[in-house]
Design a protein around this ligand. Structure first.
Ligand code: C5P
Length: 205
C-alpha cells in the first residue's frame, strides 16, 4: 500500500506521515528533506537558488548532508522552496522518490506532489492543511523551544510567501489531488489528527 501525505509546511503532515508509517508498519520518506538538502548544497556551493543550473548541480549532494541539522532551519526552508521551482531539480529527484514509493510492501511519503506526481496510483492520499495562524503558532512554539528569536508576524509572512511560491509554480504545484481526503488540523491536537488520518487510510484500503 502506498500512502501519499501532502500539504503545506507546518500543517502537521510530517507528524501524521510518521505516525501512519509506525501504525501500518511501512517505511517513510520525508521528501521535503531532499529539497532541503539541495537548498543547503546550493548555499554551501556559494550558488544562487533562483539559478536553475546552480540548483541542478546541487542535486548531487552527498548522502551525509541528509543528517545535517541545518536542513530544518527556517532559512533553509526558503532555499528549498526556491530550488524546488526548477523543473530540472524536480526531475533529478523524481527517480529516488519513485523507487521508494514502489518498493515491495508499500511506503508512506510526505511532500507536496506525492499524490499528484510521484505516486498518483497511491491507494490512500491525504492532504493535510491548517490555517496560517495555526501553523505559525506551531512553528513559533518549535522555534521558541530551540531558543531561536522570532516574532509570530515574521513567521506568518514567511509561511504566506512560501505557500504562494509552492502553490503557483508551473511544475508540480501544491494542490490536493482530486481524489485526496483533506484533513484540516487547525483545531485538532496531535492525537486527534493522527486518529483521523488512520481512520481515513483504513477506509481507503
Ligand atoms: O516540507 P518541507 O517544508 O520540509 O519542504 C521544504 C520545501 O521543499 C517546500 O517549501 C517545497 O517548496 C519543497 N518541496 C517540494 N516538493 C515536495 C516536498 C517539498 O517542492 N515533494
Amino acid at each position: 500500500m502506498i500512502i501519499a501525505v501532502d500539504g503545506p509546511t507546518a500543517s502537521g503532515k510530517g507528524t501524521i506521515a510518521k505516525a501512519l508509517a509506525a501504525h501500518f508498519g511501512l517505511p517513510h520518506l520525508d521528501t521535503g528533506l531532499l529539497y532541503r538538502a539541495v537548498g543547503r548544497q546550493v548555499f554551501l556551493n556559494g550558488g544562487d537558488p533562483n539559478d536553475s543550473a546552480d540548483a541542478l548541480a546541487a542535486t548531487d549532494f552527498p548522502a551525509a548532508l541528509l543528517d545535517d541539522p541545518q536542513l530544518r532551519s527556517e532559512d533553509n526552508g526558503g532555499w528549498a522552496s526556491r530550488v524546488s521551482v526548477h523543473p530540472a531539480v524536480r526531475t533529478a529527484l523524481y527517480e529516488r522518490q519513485r523507487a521508494f514509493a514502489t518498493q515491495p510492501g508499500g511506503a508512506v511519503l510526505d511532500g507536496r506532489d506525492i499524490g499528484t506526481v510521484i505516486a498518483p496510483e497511491a491507494e490512500a492520499k491525504l492532504f493535510i492543511t491548517a490555517s496560517v495562524a495555526a501553523r505559525a503558532q506551531r512553528r513559533f512554539a518549535e522555534m521558541c523551544e530551540r531558543g531561536e528569536a522570532v516574532t509570530l508576524e515574521a513567521i506568518e509572512d514567511d509561511l504566506r510567501r512560501r505557500d504562494e511560491r509552492d502553490s503557483t509554480r508551473a511544475v508540480a504545484p501544491l494542490v490536493p489531488a482530486p481524489d485526496a481526503m483533506v484533513i484540516d488540523t487547525s483545531a485538532l491536537d496531535r492525537d486527534a489528527a493522527i486518529a483521523a488520518a488512520i481512520a481515513m487510510v483504513e477506509c481507503a484500503r
